[in-house]
Design a protein around this ligand. Structure first.
Ligand code: OSB
Ligand code: MG
Length: 371
């Protein structure tokens, strides 16, 4: 297999409704898509999860573009094979920039799976036909509005609800949702918004309202604060932003700072890296699950395939296409199935078709690189 070209496109899709987190509001998503093509016409697609602004993480559209054009695409064109794990090893000496690396790695996994006639999940060793999912609900203008929104997602069939929280939007909305729906599974995610002094407060309201999981309440580097919150807690403490590689995971496991691991393909640098992290967590008795970054159907497909692997035992933040975008870039769209699940596509590679007409309508700029 020889790579003949790599096309990098900047795409914009409008969200069906604004998504508000502790770090800001997103009304539309601008992101990068990578399309690799081999000499014999095989394609591989990758989606980058970096946003325009460095809010969730320090990477941005601009840093990813710079790293891809200046370092990672040249490394890819130099690489003798198109093996994704070889690409991970070849670029390990470049520090950070994992979202940029994952853009290429995911496209290589798609390409490698297609070249063997396998789906991405089979290529990675996954066997599930359907994966359990939940929905992540942004901060809403009012508590009553939040309760209504949660009710709509429950009616649509979502069984696990993750509420975005921050100081000032925590105990009151969580209590209201718990009161309206006494038996549902509630998770919360703060995206690092609390000071480390908030351990006691968070523990109290999360325990009082039977929250099953508290995700990343403290800053990325605050491993000991997460360990203090986890100690003897009646809920799981999940790490997202803190875990960026094998070393950060092993240190956090050692410190007992997590009882759940959110694996995001982009944050950790790719599907094969995410698979390795989930295996490490499982050996330590910690369950993993797949997190989302409001991906289009392309990134979503990669994530659904990864969720089909055995170490991912908790429901993923991967919802149906219509929860994000009026018209997804892929066909068929992802739809919520029985028991709050999404079906793992069966065809080769990511197993969904990219609808070129929709993609070209959403494309703002595009550049093609050749060997
Ligand atoms: O922390 O999980 C997060 C979206 C953007 C940035 C960070 C996060 C999220 C989500 C969305 O929670 C999950 C989804 O894609 O459905
Ligand atoms: Mg999170």
């Amino acid at each position: 297999m020889h790579l003949s070209s790599a096309r990098l496109s900047e795409v914009e899709l409008e969200l069906v409704e604004p998504f508000e987190t502790s770090f800001g509001v997103e009304r539309h998503r601008r992101f990068l898509l990578l399309r690799l093509e081999t000499a014999d016409g095989l394609l591989g697609w990758g989606e980058c999860v970096a946003s325009a602004d460095p809010l969730y993480s320090s990477e941005t559209l601009a840093t990813v573009r710079e790293m891809l054009t200046g370092h990672f695409l040249p490394a890819l064109f130099r690489q003798p094979s198109l093996d994704p794990e070889e690409f991970v090893r070849a670029t390990a000496r470049f520090r950070g920039h994992r979202m940029a690396k994952a853009t290429i790695e995911t496209a290589l996994v798609d390409l490698s799976a297609r070249s063997r006639g396998l789906s991405v999940s089979r290529f990675l060793g996954g066997a599930r036909r359907r994966v359990a999912v939940g929905v992540s609900v942004g901060i809403q203008p009012t508590v009553a509005g939040l309760v209504r929104r949660v009710g709509e997602y429950l009616d649509a069939g979502y069984r696990r609800i993750k509420l975005k929280v921050r100081p000032g939007w925590d105990e009151v909305p969580v209590r209201a949702v718990r009161h309206a729906y006494p038996d549902i599974e509630i998770w919360v995610d703060a995206n690092q918004a609390y000071p480390v002094t908030a351990v006691g407060k968070i523990r109290r309201w999360a325990a009082d309202h039977h929250v099953a999981q508290v995700e990343q309440p403290f800053p990325e580097r605050a491993i000991r604060a997460h360990a203090r919150l986890a100690e003897g807690a009646p809920f799981r403490v999940c790490l997202d932003e803190s875990i960026v590689d094998a070393v950060s995971l092993e240190d956090a496991l050692d410190a007992r700072a997590l009882s759940s691991l959110n694996v995001k393909t982009g944050r950790v640098g790719g599907l094969t890296v995410g698979r390795a992290l989930a295996r490490t967590a499982r050996r330590a008795g910690v369950p993993s699950w797949i997190g989302g970054m409001l991906e289009s159907g392309i990134g979503r497909a990669h994530n659904v395939h990864l969720a089909a692997l055995a170490p991912f035992t908790l429901p993923a933040d991967l919802s149906a296409s219509d929860r994000y975008y009026r018209e997804d870039l892929v066909d068929p769209p992802f739809v919520l199935g029985p028991g709050s699940t999404l079906e793992v596509p069966r065809g080769p590679g990511i197993g969904v078709e990219i609808v070129e007409r929709r993609l070209s309508r959403a494309t703002r700029a595009s550049r093609t690189f050749r060997r």
